[in-house]
Design a protein around this ligand. Structure first.
Ligand code: NAD
Ligand code: UDP
Ligand code: UDP
Length: 356
């Protein structure tokens, strides 16, 4: 922590968030909450490379220092261990708000029921409080210093969608009392808060609805489908397909997402904007791509599906194409190998695969 970044005197930088597009400008001071996580750390790489000064705020709940360690020693980089549920005083121009616990999918198959309910209680409590209180604090910060604020919302706000593909105008189909609702409703509330601060306090907000994203630095054991299949195939374990495997998702490579987030932040439109790759796959098709990429002999094992699992999901990205000039460039068969080499390195290190 430096004195400059934690100055405790209220100070308003009027219009600091407004950066005319296309103009060469001085480096900005940017906070990335959740910047030690998967998406955040890739965003930090791009911002630092562009010449900005970046403060990462992370409590390392799912993030890792290793994801940003290559910036240590750079005077334009700072890392603060902080939980965004607590207030934070900084002087910055832009806030990318990514801090959020990952979905607790891996708890759902734990057979020890009493432990699960206890863990789920704690986990869900933090999920909703990070999304609501954490977002409120970061909006309060944005209001005080006149910073532009970008919320990383999610395609989960559409719930189990009755409209396909999903457009930003669709209001969604979310079960408010289901096991996933802490995440879905937490992000929906975060969007509401962002719009209220925009309308009521004039905060310049930007809202991204992110669809399933994968790539290097993803948590290996967070229970998301791409990380599960890749880690399982590398470890010669069967890939666990939940339900009949016919449910669909659309998978976006992380560099495409980061490009979309930066265009959204720099552009003039509040959103919300869907940021996702419209290429739609069933989980069985995904398993096939993983087999082709890692091991044609990799086995599949069916498991019961989780409650309220959305049947299909695919973004309509017309709005982002038209207003941000953005669309994803990297299809699954090109992106997956880049993630696999990172996972291979992290799972086996210098060891040979057969040795494990
Ligand atoms: P991640 O778990 O890798 O990153 C989240 C980061 O937030 C972690 O570094 C974690 O330590 C940090 N964090 C969590 N709670 C915090 C708190 N209370 N205070 C400070 N830091 C905290 O997840 P990710 O995939 O990089 O996701 C980043 C954002 O994008 C999240 O808001 C997520 O909801 C959103 N998103 C991601 C996806 C995806 O497929 N990856 C899809 C939709 C939305
Ligand atoms: N907040 C913060 N950093 C700031 C300014 C505010 O963390 O620089 C927090 C503040 O503690 C409050 C929240 O953001 O909990 C909302 O702040 P706001 O000023 O909008 O609301 P108020 O404090 O007036 O209720
Ligand atoms: N899934 C699966 N096997 C796994 C993990 C997940 O078949 O090992 C399925 C899950 O039931 C869901 C889809 O993959 O239908 C995507 O799950 P994930 O948790 O990655 O993302 P989300 O459900 O949040 O879109």
């Amino acid at each position: 922590l430096t004195a400059e970044s934690t100055r405790l005197v209220p100070h308003r930088v009027i219009g600091a968030g407004k950066v005319p597009l296309g103009l060469k400008r001085k480096g900005l001071r940017i906070v990335v909450t959740g910047g030690a996580g998967f998406v955040g750390s890739h965003l930090v790489d791009r911002l630092i490379a562009r010449g900005d000064s970046v403060i990462v705020v992370d409590n390392f709940f799912t993030g890792r220092k290793e994801n940003v360690v290559h910036h240590f020693g750079n005077p334009r980089f700072e890392l603060i261990r902080h939980d965004v549920v607590e207030p934070l005083l900084l002087e910055v121009d832009q806030i990318y708000h990514l801090a959020c616990p990952a979905s607790p999918v891996h708890y759902k198959h734990n057979p020890v029921k009493t432990i699960i309910s206890f863990l789920l209680f704690i986990y869900f409590f933090f999920d909703i409080s990070t999304n609501v209180v954490g977002t409120l604090n970061m909006l309060g910060l944005a209001k005080r210093v006149g910073a532009r604020f970008l919320l990383t919302s999610t395609s989960e706000v559409y719930g189990d969608p009755l409209e396909h593909p999903q457009k930003e105008t669709y209001w969604g189909n979310v079960n408010p009392i289901g096991v996933r609702s802490c995440y879905d409703e937490g992000k929906r509330t975060a969007e509401t808060l962002a719009m209220d601060y925009h309308r009521g306090a004039g905060v310049e907000v930007r809202i991204a609805r992110i669809f399933n994203t994968y790539g290097p630095r993803m948590c290996i054991d967070d229970g998301r489908v791409v990380s599960n299949f890749v880690a399982q195939a590398l470890r010669k374990e069967p890939m666990t397909v939940y339900g009949d495997g016919k449910q669909t998702r659309s998978f976006q490579y992380v560099s495409d997402l980061v490009e979309g987030l930066m265009r959204l932040m720099e552009g003039e439109h509040v959103g919300p904007f869907n940021l996702g790759n419209p290429g739609e796959f069933t989980m069985l098709e995904l398993a096939k791509v993983v087999q082709e990429t890692i091991d044609p002999e990799a086995k599949i094992e069916f498991r019961p599906n989780t409650e309220d699992d959305p049947h299909k999901r695919k973004p309509d990205i017309s709005r982002a194409k038209e207003l941000l000039g953005w669309e994803p460039k990297i299809p699954l068969h090109k992106g997956l190998p880049m993630m696999v080499s990172d996972f291979r390195q992290r799972i086996f290190g210098d060891q040979k695969e057969g040795d494990s």
